[in-house]
Design a protein around this ligand. Sequence first.
Ligand code: GDP
Length: 305
Amino acid sequence: MASALSDRLGRIVKTMRGQARITEDNVQDMLREVRMALLEADVALPVVRDFIARVKLKALGQEVVGSLTPGQVLVSVVQKELAATMGEVDADGKLKAGASEINLATQPPAVILMAGLQGAGKTTTSAKLARHLIEKRRKKVLTVSADIYRPAAIEQLKTVTAQAGAEWFPSSASDKPVEIALAALDYAKKHYFDVLILDTAGRLGIDEALMAEIAALHAAVNPIETLFVVDAMQGQDAVNTAKAFGAALPLTGIVLTKLDGDSRGGAALSVRAITGVPIKFAGTSEKLDGLEVFDAERHAGRVLG
Ligand code: GDP
């Protein structure tokens, strides 16, 4: 990957050679470069500020030992802090593995509610998740669409559900979203499904009526997972979207889609910071096998460039 920050970091590491300590003075130049890299990766400004402040605090307390230079120590602090900010850490500040799985620990059927703007990738991700849960966790999965505004979206879910090898529950534009969800839940119970994935309507922007509708859906079906699906290419806008969905719904996780695109994926940092919930999966292609458990360490490298 072409690396703006790697070049930058490299330069700074060099200029900091021969200095024995990380000090207020020499840390400033370095942090300016980190800040620019994060802004270039489209991380939201308040999130960048917060991050830089944390790194500075940690870096100033670091001892520079052995053959390391202050620059190398600082780079390592930046990388670790970035991964920790996007991932899940334990009490010792170590990145936790496996924090990203879908939680199914409930009386079946476990309901997964998909939330996000139109075009974020909810329908595609619904089918990807169905496939994942069938293949990796041997679950019996039902999908349903409550998008009564776009009959094509209902058809799209039908098609991709079949491709995923799951079952699709029919719905139509003349039904009410909550009734659709309850009917699907009832069907899932009667036919012993382990999981019901509920795909919902999205709009191009934040919309009060839509937020009220998805909150009503949430109240009706009490999902164990409420996933906020967000396009990695959204950049700065992801912040407002995440705020609105986070305020309307008790989110349990994030799916960051379209990471196969050429964005640096700075949205990951913003949405994680704003919602406070884990990024569970990353979408990496239009195809149904393009879903990966989110890897914060790897993503940190990408954001840094
Ligand atoms: P929805 O409106 O939120 O349901 O979004 P869709 O699932 O219909 O996705 C919108 C578009 O994004 C479609 O063309 C999908 O094929 C595409 N898409 C979804 N996820 C990904 C992804 O991870 N990578 C790529 N390249 N395209 C994706």
